[in-house]
Design a protein around this ligand. Sequence first.
Ligand code: B4P
Length: 207
Amino acid sequence: MLNIVLFGPPGAGKGTQSQKLIAQYNLVHLSTGDLLRAQIAEGTELGLKAKQLMDEGLLVPDEVVIGMIGNALSKNQQAAGFIFDGFPRTVAQAESLDQLLTQHHTQVACMIALEVGEEELVKRLLERGKTSGRIDDQDETKIRRRVQVYNTETAQVAGYYAGQQKFHALNGIGEIEAIYTQICTLIDQHKAADAETPAAATREVQA
Ligand code: B4P
């Protein structure tokens, strides 16, 4: 299984790049933002609670998103792997993801972080807000709060994966296609290294 965590602040390009990567590597896209917006669209109790937090640019409680990811993993047991987009956003979520994947006899291969400065993020999200209908993309104050939440609560997740030697950072500013090529290079390097390591070949069976 190939499990990639795509990381970065809101508007860094995670969703954009995920769409291209799932086609290239035949992976299942798990975006907690999309899963939460589906709950909102269905008008579930969970969706109603999540909407208030999301509209304000705040994180939804860990147990809610961890539960959603656990369900999605169970429903996709035959998948060749997953792109985790917007998850994990806290260290507690990262620890839970490790536990969940271990239960499914697999693990995170690598985290790829897209680095983009705040002014560019604000510009991109305000632009998306013109057509996306997303309330959290339409107000600069809320966008800056999301970036602040990323800096205070989410950025430390990078250290979690760095501690496991799984962290890679890329410049997220530039042509979408050029950034995509760099992400593919990293993934292909990882796949090649994994194929050459005898331990890696048996890792999933032993887990
Ligand atoms: P998400 O749905 O994850 O929203 P996002 O971070 O804003 O989207 P993304 O970063 O994928 O957008 P992209 O760069 O592709 O989260 C929304 C909310 O849900 C959160 O604030 C939180 O409340 C909640 N939530 C989600 N997951 C959670 C979790 N795990 N725990 C707790 N709460 C959670 O695209 C942005 C724009 O940039 C696009 O318009 C795109 O066209 C453009 N763009 C992309 N790449 C570009 C490039 N290279 N150059 C120019 N423009 C580019």
